[in-house]
Design a protein around this ligand. Sequence first.
Ligand code: UDP
Length: 355
Amino acid sequence: MKILTIVGARPQFIKAGSVSREIAKHKNIKEIIVHTGQHYDTNMSDIFFDEMKISKPNYNLNINGLSHGAMTGQMIEKIEEVVLKENPDWIMVYGDTNSTLAGAIVSSKLHIKLAHIEAGLRSFNMKMPEEVNRILTDRVSNILFCPTDTAIQNLQNEGYKNLDCKIVKSGDVMQDGAIFYKEFATKPMYNIKDSYILCTIHRAENTDNKERLKSIFEAINTIAKEKQVILPLHPRTKNIINKLNIDTTNLTIIDPVGYLDMVWLIDHCELVMSDSGGLQKEAYFFEKQCITLRDETEWVELIEIGANILVGANKDKILETYKRNPKFNIKNSTLNLYGDGKASENIIKELLDYE
Ligand code: UDP
């Protein structure tokens, strides 16, 4: 069996890393990795392949720095060329980026089977580019690997049981990675205090909205007066805060870190404050309370159990929530929200069994 994996952005390298490790156990499966180039900086891309020991991409399309339309269009064109040459049995896509959508479109045009990992997630906010990408990708997938019961339910609500596709609850591939890499994580070489908040901000809904971004930074910069706030800064956010001259004086800003450093930082922090999708779950995997700087989330089960609090971008609301001093208070072992760390194994088994 030949699987053509499409990745382009940081979280996809992490997720695909776990699945690649599983694929490598099977002599009868060949994986071809296509890197679209969406994230290309060393510390947003290469470091993940090096540290996580993922095979280097077979193709690097080097498509970046363009508008959504131009980027997606070029990806479709280039991925199609690779697929025609490689003729895989499956195209495998992850999550909700433009690379995901481009892969999905190529697969449907060329009638190559499509496996979507992280299917069924919904924020119900059609203004998010990610929401559009995931809905369109789900619709043309042959197998939809859902991480959660909520994701399965979302698909049922959209009438998927009447469609010719297979829906599988695989669990979350991100949990596989968190479990696997935890033992390799060591303390990063930064000035890290005993107690700190780990923060990331990069979502377009925050970075592309001046008011929201300013409000979030005012809040975290205020918190940082009394508690260290470590912020590995995404290049997109960095450009915008420089342009807007946003005050970050109290924050401990560092460059984006590799996954091993990130795992250590999550595992040792007191609180996570973020607008990242992945980090909300990782906080839970490492039993850390999360405050999410968005108006909605795809990971609603974490809100329901109180492990995550959705605050949006309002400064007062963020400060008020922080001052309440929320603590992680969930017995992890009693819950199995994201599977048992065997999502990659489940996925590969399904593909091998697929008629
Ligand atoms: N991450 C990382 N280094 C960083 C920031 C994030 O390795 O400096 C990891 C994080 O732990 C998570 C993934 O990148 O596994 C999430 O990526 P991001 O927040 O960019 O995207 P999202 O999950 O929101 O799609």
